[in-house]
Design a protein around this ligand. Structure first.
Ligand code: LR7
Ligand code: MN
Length: 573
């Protein structure tokens, strides 16, 4: 009897010990088991230590006191208001405030706790951190450099490469050249002989960079604790993976460092059919694919500014399309190209970098924009969708941006040839396999039945957003023929809108509102005969008040010209 009990106890202890060992093993290997490919078989995977700090974690936590330290807001004195206002309007950020904050200031460690326990290979590739800049403020530019130098293990930092996109600010000339000498060659400066815009300037940076990996940052960033190993590791295992840090916000007025998302919450980049960049909560499929919530995850696209990529791979896939000008759309071009041509994009929760979101864009697009007719960013989008979208999806873009059909996007034959040469997959493949969460947020768009200016028959004026952001009431103004705030679209499902926003009605009048997410339908019925626009729910019609010039719903009166609306397509610009 006792012998049997004894044996049972031994078995029980043995089983417990077995599971403890198994558990520790799973924990230490990151649950991944064996390696991905034959080359990576010799490369050790990152692993989670049990209770011990990861191999590149800083050994001590630095604390400092002073303005803005710890990422706190710094408030200027009332008598500095003029300086603050002047710098805000020159730079889109309060440089008077920034100038009082140390270039070496500390920022909070906003990572998930788990991040501190990851170990990474000791032989990660070396990176060139490339900062392109055009007329940036001195202290925000240099704080970016300082934060990279201070918080990057030197063995992984080949250089910080500053690429000046033809700035004309005096302090970015000789003073900058002298200042960077103190970094003993770690910081290098090259200059464009003429303005190239950020897109071409980044390509030049990648061509000139000496590191195996290039990491692009905007010239007003601060990198977080142990930011670099988690960005480099996925590239080390697979050179066709591009990695993106989590981008926190730095206030443009008082420089407070704020988390974009709480630790552990994950979002990824998608887009609206008018090519507006959006972020969407990580779909369950991606959450479940990973064994730890701090592990990198796939993202269809990225915001544009901050990412790491193997330098040769970036150049091999044609870097950015050289036909994209100055600013905008390049983030989509690179994302579609990478995914469709066999690479991948991962967002990395354990790497956090702060970025100053400006209050407005302080620079113009210069000579490059003057040469182009029409809105340059939309032209960039058109190039991107014409190269990477399948025909069906191109229509969604033109439904949202009808004027884009008439814009001259230049020659895209080289891009199409590249797509062919790299044997890239279709956009449908991308939508089904990568951006599958787009369907619920931004379903496929029904065509427009009308678009253009929406003109009142009585006054001959146009319905207009008056330049206000949603939610706001719509107004009336003389038709100007430029589109923009007067460019209205009515789709086959009764949705009326301007750009990405929708038009609806309530007691206050006819309003510009956010479109309901996940729906392409709307409340309107347009009568092609009477030219009235009826709200299906209330069965009332959009009417203009002759005296006040206000818009509201009124009982339908089809012979009243104040209730009659005609759509006029706008000729090509
Ligand atoms: O002509 C120019 N030449 C330049 O060198 C214009 C700009 N630049 C530099 C500029 O000095 C800065 O360092 O390029 C960098 C980016 O310009 P910003 O900071 O004016 O751009 P942004 O932060 O408003 O815009 C986002 O979208 C851009 C165009 O698509 C770029 O991809 C930016 O890098 C990108 N920024 C981010 O992704 C940071 C996260 C915020 C978001 C969204
Ligand atoms: Mn920026």
């Amino acid at each position: 009897m006792s012998a049997i009990r004894f044996n049972r106890r031994v078995v029980r202890y043995f089983l417990i010990a077995f599971f403890v060992v198994l558990f520790l093993y799973v924990l230490m290997t990151g649950g991944g088991g064996n390696s991905k490919s034959s080359t990576s078989a010799i490369k050790k995977k990152p692993w989670m230590t049990t209770g011990k700090l990861g191999n590149f974690e800083p050994k001590e936590i630095i604390e400092r006191e002073g303005p803005g330290e710890g990422g706190h807001a710094h408030h200027l004195k009332p008598n500095q208001e003029n300086d603050a206002a002047a710098s805000l309007s020159a730079y889109g950020m309060n440089m008077a405030c920034s100038d009082e904050i140390s270039l070496d200031r500390t920022i909070p460690d906003l990572r998930m706790d788990e991040c501190k326990y990851w170990n990474y290979p000791e032989d990660l590739p070396r990176a060139s951190v490339v900062l392109v800049f055009h007329n940036e403020g001195w202290s925000t530019l240099m704080r970016t450099v300082h934060s990279v130098i201070n918080r990057t293990p030197p063995q992984f930092l080949e250089e910080v490469l500053l690429v000046d996109d033809f700035s004309d600010k005096e302090n970015l000339k000789g003073k900058l050249e002298t200042y960077i000498k103190k970094f003993n060659g770690k910081v290098r400066l090259i200059r464009n002989p003429e303005r190239q815009g950020l897109i071409r300037t980044r390509v030049r940076g990648a061509e000139e960079a000496r590191g195996e990996v290039v990491i692009f940052l905007d010239a007003h960033c601060e990198v977080g604790t142990n930011w670099i190993p988690p960005l480099l590791a996925p590239i080390y295992y697979n050179r066709t993976t591009m990695t993106v840090p989590v981008i926190d916000g730095i206030d443009h007025d008082h420089f407070e460092y704020r988390p974009v998302y709480q630790a552990g919450q994950h979002f990824r980049g998608i887009f609206e059919w008018g090519m507006l960049y959006k972020e969407n909560e990580l779909p369950d499929k991606e959450v479940q694919r990973r064994s730890f919530n701090s592990m990198p995850y796939d993202s269809p696209t990225h915001a544009g500014g901050l990412f790491a990529i193997n330098r040769n791979y970036f150049l091999q896939i044609g870097a950015y399309d050289p036909g994209l000008l100055v600013w905008g759309g390049e983030n989509f071009e690179l994302s579609f190209k990478i995914w469709q041509c066999g690479g991948s994009i991962q967002w990395v929760p354990c790497s956090r970098v702060g970025h100053v979101y400006r209050s407005f864009m302080p620079y113009t697009f210069g000579k490059l924009a003057e040469k182009k007719k029409g809105p340059l960013i939309t032209i960039n989008y058109k190039r991107v969708i014409e190269v990477w979208f399948d025909d069906k999806f191109k229509e969604y873009f033109y439904t949202r941006e009808p004027l884009a059909r008439y814009l001259d996007m230049g020659d895209i034959s080289e891009q199409l040839a590249l797509k062919d040469r790299l044997q890239c997959k279709s956009f449908q493949w991308f939508m089904d396999n990568v951006a599958y969460d787009m369907r619920e947020k931004f379903p496929e768009l029904p065509p427009n039945v009308h678009w253009g200016e929406m003109i009142n028959k009585a006054t001959k004026e146009c319905i207009d957003t008056m330049g206000h952001a949603a939610p706001t009431v719509m107004g009336m103004s003389p038709c100007h023929g430029w589109g923009n705030n007067q460019l209205v679209r009515l789709n086959a499902k009764g949705q009326l809108g301007v750009g990405e926003r929708c038009i609806d009605a309530d007691r206050q009048g006819i309003k510009l509102v956010f479109c309901p997410l996940g729906s392409v339908e709307g409340p309107w019925h347009y009568d092609e005969g009477d030219k009235t626009l009826m709200h299906k729910e209330t069965r009332k019609c959009v009417a203009l008040h002759p005296q006040s010039n206000n818009l509201s719903l009124m009982p339908c009166d089809p012979i009243n010209t104040y209730q009659q609306w005609v759509f006029k397509e706008i000729p090509s610009p």
